[in-house]
Design a protein around this ligand. Structure first.
Ligand code: FAQ
Length: 313
């Protein structure tokens, strides 16, 4: 039993499903967990712009190009909401961004895979955004108010992203033999990395128990992964495509799809910085940070001038 009334009030709010707000007292470990998770999430959104941005100049039609531009811009917006949410926890945006650039903070493993064909853009929308929605709809009820509210808007946009991805892959699935082969190749490359997005199995997830007790996470990594598979396999079948998993099968007794073993060695290699694109992604972000220094300097000088003017007035 806690004797600290602030801790007792925090626990009572969590138990009653009330939001914790920025100015409320919160345990330091809760604050740090949120900075870690929301910060990684923000980094994922901005690093996640890179694989698809790779195709903006090569989108096959003007319509596809405008949709893709809008989607990539949306991801930047998601990053901004999420960096703002971390700032409400008392950390500086510059500090956590520097940690990303220094390789001291993670971003989602999925963005360390290359986009080799146009089909990858559709598959990212359909599978990667589809997985993100399953995870993020649950986060709309996270106990920390600023995070949960950011998630509501993000989920609406992710839903558009998922639909545009599915529409794009439907066109390929109904296209020529070459288009169908390109789509199947893309699914083969992105299927397993998408399943890894939900994080390690529950038995190997060091943060889950505490994050679920604090109601930051409402469902476990395995529960969300299963939900994604159950949602997605019927879509895969409707497209007439297959997953690269011979063990994928409907299980009458559980009412869920069974699936094969995930290659967790690959996942941990990617987390250690040894994925196919880790170096390329961080190099792109470091280059953008360096090339944008004049904008930050100009903005600081401008802000200084405005502040000086206001002091005189
Ligand atoms: N990648 O104990 P757990 C998007 C780390 S969606 C990298 O289970 P936790 C939209 C984890 O951080 C993608 N690292 O951890 C988009 C921890 O390491 P740490 C982003 C991963 O936090 C679409 C360690 O493994 N979405 O960007 C991954 O309880 C298309 C042990 O794991 C979010 O971030 C991974 N996949 O659960 C944008 C959602 N999985 O920190 C552009 C919010 C685990 O102790 C284009 N985040 N790790 O050093 C979450 O829901 C959670 O943080 C999990 C992990 C579920 C990712």
């Amino acid at each position: 039993m806690t004797t600290d009334p602030r801790q007792a009030s925090f626990e009572a709010k969590i138990a009653a499903d009330l939001s914790i707000e920025a100015k409320d007292w919160m345990p330091e470990a809760y604050r740090q967990t949120l900075i870690r998770q929301i910060g990684q999430h923000a980094h994922s959104e901005v690093v996640g712009m890179l694989p698809e941005a790779n195709w903006i100049t090569r989108a096959p039609t003007l319509r596809r190009k405008t949709i893709l531009l809008a989607k990539v811009q949306d991801e930047a917006g998601h990053g901004l909401y999420l960096y703002s949410a971390t700032e409400t926890l008392g950390c500086s945006r510059q500090d956590i961004y520097q940690k990303l650039l220094d390789g001291k903070m993670k971003y989602s493993s999925i963005f360390n895979y290359p986009t080799l064909s146009w089909a990858d853009v559709g598959v990212i929308g359909w599978l990667v955004d589809g997985a993100a929605i399953v995870n993020q709809v649950a986060l709309c009820r996270a106990s920390y108010g600023p995070y949960a509210r950011a998630m509501v808007k993000i989920c609406k946009e992710e839903s558009f992203h998922q639909r545009q991805g599915y529409e794009a892959v439907t066109v390929l699935a109904n296209g020529s033999e070459a288009q169908r082969a390109m789509l199947q190749d893309s699914i083969n490359r992105f299927w397993w990395p998408t399943l890894m997005m939900f994080g390690p199995n529950d038995s190997d997830s060091p943060n889950s128990a505490q994050s679920m007790a604090w109601k930051i996470k409402r469902f476990s990594n395995d529960e969300l992964r299963q939900k994604f598979i159950d949602n997605t396999v019927p879509q895969l079948e409707a497209l007439g495509m297959t997953a690269p998993d011979p063990e994928l099968a409907w299980d009458e007794t559980t009412g869920h799809y069974r699936f094969g073993a995930i290659n967790w060695d690959e996942f941990y290699q990617v987390l250690k910085g040894q994925g196919l694109c880790n170096h390329e992604r961080l190099a792109a972000k470091r280059r953008a940070w360096k090339n944008g220094s004049w904008v930050r300097e100009a903005a600081a000088v401008h802000a200084g001038k405005i502040a000086a003017k206001n002091r005189v007035a």
